[in-house]
Design a protein around this ligand. Structure first.
Ligand code: HEM
Length: 406
């Protein structure tokens, strides 16, 4: 067995997990990550294939199967959070997944998201206008507000409540961090209850006063009959709010760090829309904000040398697959002229990120505006990543800029 020992909370790993991923790939096609207690796949080939393999799924096996496998029942104090998860497309498989995803898909096609471009551009410029002095923490003043306001705008959620929604979201996604404790769980449950109550109330307001936004469209789908239950409507709304900003905030932070550290000329990186798109994808390959997603084996299955039983969990290491030398030349080099190759940062298969066109657009528009307006932008100090694996994002992004330039 290729046993791999590495605490996901080791400070060196948190700051730079890529050497550990190389060690994993050297060990074998699959490694048993001791701290997680399941098999993980660090090569591009397996990650790409398993994301699309219908013998694996996100849905925790139904109750009867769980009993048969001797699974312990979920602790009662987590019930509200589990009920929320179970009503979201992220945790479901077809046919429920197909129905839920079909309802939001149209709002996030490339064409539909293009319509939001003027909003994102104006927002990015407004954020830059609000910088004062000659130093700022971009994570707070730029990378966070842009995705949060944009997804709230698309959904039709009230912009003045974004601080509350941010707090609830952070508490909920902490459930996916390695080594979570009881306090984290209780905070996540409290946030789920408060966020759900808020969304339910807000839905009532929107029902009386619908607009041309995603929430109003989802409400219409609920009123249409059995296509969306109220619980699914609330959960979909919360999922979109949370997923709609958590990863994009850190994708943007990591991207700015990469551009400033590597000194790639912004004029080259964002010289036209096509080039900006390629730059964004190379940034997402090079330092993605989400490094691991898991799947359950839905049947007994063999992957290479590894035999898995129905119900076994496996880890798909997106961050490692993106640096696989079998797939990318000199994978540890950030190269905007790299031949356009797909990466795994948005997942793949039926759960492929619904918001990928939106995230790409936000990154291209916001980064172009930032580097155009502030040509002298430079890091002040070394940015540090937060201890939040499987998330990979910065604690802060302190920069200097020449205020005369904006
Ligand atoms: C750079 C930013 C983003 C990254 C790196 C990212 C990454 C991902 C990944 C890896 C998955 C697949 C999870 C799995 O296979 O288990 C996913 C799913 C999802 N993402 Fe994103 N995401 C980003 C932005 C967004 C945005 C802006 C939205 C807003 C709508 C969004 C909404 C979703 C949803 C709803 C799913 C679940 C899809 C499904 O289960 O069918 N994401 N994302």
């Amino acid at each position: 067995m290729s046993l791999f020992r590495q605490s996901p909370r080791d400070p060196e790993f948190v700051q730079n997990p890529y050497p550990a991923y190389q060690r994993m790939r050297d060990l074998g096609r699959a490694v048993f990550w001791e701290e997680y207690g399941f098999w993980c796949f660090p090569h591009f080939h397996e990650v790409h294939a398993l994301l699309r393999d219908r013998r694996f799924g996100r849905e925790v096996l139904h109750v009867a199967a769980r009993k048969e496998l001797g699974w312990t029942p979920e602790p009662e104090h987590l019930a509200p959070f589990s009920a929320f998860e179970a009503a979201t497309m992220l945790e479901r498989e077809p046919p429920v997944h197909t129905r839920l995803r079909g309802l939001v898909n149209r709002a996030f096609t490339a064409r539909a998201t293009d319509r939001v471009e003027p909003y994102v551009r104006a927002l990015a410029n407004r954020m830059i206008d609000e910088f004062t002095g000659d130093e700022t923490d971009l994570l707070k003043t730029f990378c966070t507000p842009i995705p949060v306001y944009t997804i709230a705008h698309l959904l039709g959620m009230p912009a003045e409540r974004t601080d509350d929604m941010l707090g609830w979201s952070h508490a909920m996604v902490a459930m996916y961090q390695f080594g979570r404790d009881r306090a984290t769980e209780e905070a996540a449950v409290a946030a789920t209850l408060e966020f759900s109550a808020f969304v339910e109330d807000y839905i009532a307001t929107r029902r009386r006063n619908p607009g041309d936004d995603l929430l109003s469209h989802l409400i219409a789908a609920e009123e249409d009959g059995d296509r969306l239950s109220t619980q699914e409507l609330v959960a979909t709304c919360i999922l979109l709010m949370n997923a709609g900003h958590e990863a994009t905030v850190h994708a943007m932070g990591n991207a700015i760090k990469t551009l400033l550290e590597t000194g790639v000329a912004a004029g080259d990186a964002f010289e036209c829309a096509a080039r900006a798109k390629r730059t964004v994808d190379e940034l997402l390959r090079f330092d993605p904000p989400l490094h691991m997603f898991t799947r359950f084996a839905l049947q007994d299955v063999r992957v290479g040398d590894v035999s898995l039983n129905k119900g076994d969990r496996v880890g798909l290491l997106l961050g490692a697959a993106n640096r696989d030398p079998a797939r990318y030349d000199a994978p540890d080099r950030f190269a905007i002229d790299r031949e356009a190759l797909t990466h795994t940062s948005f997942g793949g298969g039926i759960h492929f990120c619904v918001g990928a066109p939106l995230a790409r657009l936000e990154l291209a528009v916001a980064l172009s505006a930032l580097f155009e307006r502030l040509p002298g932008l430079a890091l002040s100090g070394t940015p540090r990543y937060a201890d939040t694996y499987h998330f990979h994002g910065l604690e802060a992004l302190q920069v200097r800029f020449n205020s005369g330039a904006c």
